[in-house]
Design a protein around this ligand. Structure first.
Ligand code: HEC
Ligand code: HEC
Length: 366
């Protein structure tokens, strides 16, 4: 909590915390913790076919040194209290940057209640987590380290370990200039690395944006038409396709009735926990569908095993509950049409980015 308060004050200035010193935003010298900033030449991240430029916040330029540091931190098990888990334990490049489990298993085998989303293309999400509670990759990054059921390591302890490590001390100074290692620098480096974990140029992208009409199979082409047709799949309503690129997410929150128990109750309130608005009960952020064939099982609780089962779930009109989204209703799709939709979803697997696997190892994701 403390960490969030500090960051807000520095970066966002939540009214409640900074009412007296909101000017600190304009006058950074008054801020208790001086904002860090990467040193060195800015590196351009090239967006692959089908994706827009990667959004990079003004305060956290992409540099080769901060990206490399973030990559090392991402794969370092030192981040967890007992040295057993790294970010990659749950966001594993070999599994499309997920863990392939319905819900994640964290510190000493404890299970969370949510499915680990892919980190691939997370840079494009306007907010992070299924319920959108983190406003940026920076603010997301340190959360799992201290979370008792994830990595369970107090931030001070982690910073202490890093500060006592000569190699890290040098890497932080190379990336951010002289000064102590801070949590903010850890967050900035990890977020900077995550912004390089971008995947596009899928068969769909080559078909849709590259003019290669042979890039998708006839079944996938039929599936795309169903995906877009308001009277058939109506999927594009939320999993958006724009004129020049496709994120496959509107970045908004919807209730599909996933996780409604046999008594008709919601087992996870989702977005409601953040906004406390009745209409947000059971609503979750529309996930991207890029690389979806690699990232099962599906939905916020990992309750749906296959893409065919996801399509069948939509055909049935989701699960009834008072907040069910008005766009979710029974679909009229034949067996063949359902297969075509799955073929389309399978055409969304893109190229894996280079240089995002564990550093110092030959096993990259290429
Ligand atoms: C024990 C498993 C586990 C570990 C370890 C873990 N995560 Fe996660 N991660 C999850 C789960 C589960 C979620 C979804 C939680 C939610 O939405 O409430 C998540 C969500 C995220 C998201 C948001 C993605 C999105 O689309 O909303 C990002 C980014 C992320 N993690 C990065 C990291 C980083 C960086 C680390 C290491 C510092 C890390 N994770 C460590 C399980 C884990
Ligand atoms: C009203 C908006 C909306 C519409 C319409 C919609 N989706 Fe979704 N989709 C979502 C949301 C929100 C989730 C996550 C729900 C959850 O976990 O509770 C989701 C989840 C998914 C997932 C699982 C993603 C993952 O990473 O686990 C797939 C696959 C999917 N949708 C495909 C489709 C297809 C195919 C269609 C059309 C038949 C469709 N969606 C229509 C909003 C929508």
């Amino acid at each position: 909590m403390l960490k969030v308060a500090r960051l807000r004050c520095v970066a966002v200035c939540a009214a409640a915390l900074c009412s007296a010193s909101c000017d600190s935003l304009k006058e950074p010298q008054k801020v208790a913790v001086a904002p860090a900033s990467p040193v060195g030449t800015t590196v351009e991240i090239k967006a692959p076919l089908g994706l827009p430029p990667v959004p990079v916040p003004a305060g956290n330029r992409q540099t080769a040194k901060s990206i490399a540091l973030g990559r090392k931190l991402y794969y370092d098990r030192m981040a967890s209290g007992d040295g057993t888990l790294s970010c990659a334990s749950c966001h594993n490049p070999a599994r499309g940057f997920t863990d392939g489990m319905p819900v994640s298993t964290g510190f000493k085998g404890q299970k969370g209640k949510r499915n680990a989303p892919t980190v691939l293309n997370a840079a494009y999400s306007p907010v992070q987590f299924w319920d959108g509670r983190a406003p940026s990759l920076e603010e997301q990054a340190a959360g799992p380290i201290a979370n008792p059921i994830e990595m369970n390591q107090p931030h001070e302890a982690f910073i202490g370990k890093l500060a006592g490590n000569a190699e890290y001390k040098k890497l932080f100074e190379d990336a951010f200039g002289p000064g102590p290692i801070t949590l903010q620098k850890v967050e900035m480096a990890i977020a900077g690395f995550e912004r390089t974990i971008i995947s596009g140029n899928s068969p769909f992208d080559r078909y849709q944006f590259g003019g290669d009409k042979k890039a998708m199979s006839p079944a996938a082409i039929r599936g795309l038409a169903l995906f877009k047709d308001a009277n058939k799949g109506n999927c594009v309503k939320c999993h958006t396709i724009d004129e020049k690129y496709a994120l496959f997410s509107d970045g908004k929150f919807h209730n599909l009735g996933v996780g409604v128990n046999p008594e008709g109750e919601l087992t996870d309130l989702g977005r409601f926990d953040v906004t406390k608005a009745e209409a947000d009960k059971g609503a979750f952020r529309t996930p991207t569908l890029r690389n979806i064939a690699l990232t099962g099982p599906y939905m916020h609780d990992g309750s749906v095993k296959t893409l065919r089962a996801v399509v069948d779930f939509y055909v049935g009109g989701g699960t009834s509950n008072p907040q069910l989204d008005k766009e979710i209703k029974e679909l009229h799709l034949s067996g063949k049409e359902r297969e075509d939709l799955v073929a389309f979803l399978e055409a969304l697997t893109g190229d894996m980015p280079a240089d995002v696997g564990p550093p110092d190892s030959k096993s990259d994701t290429k």
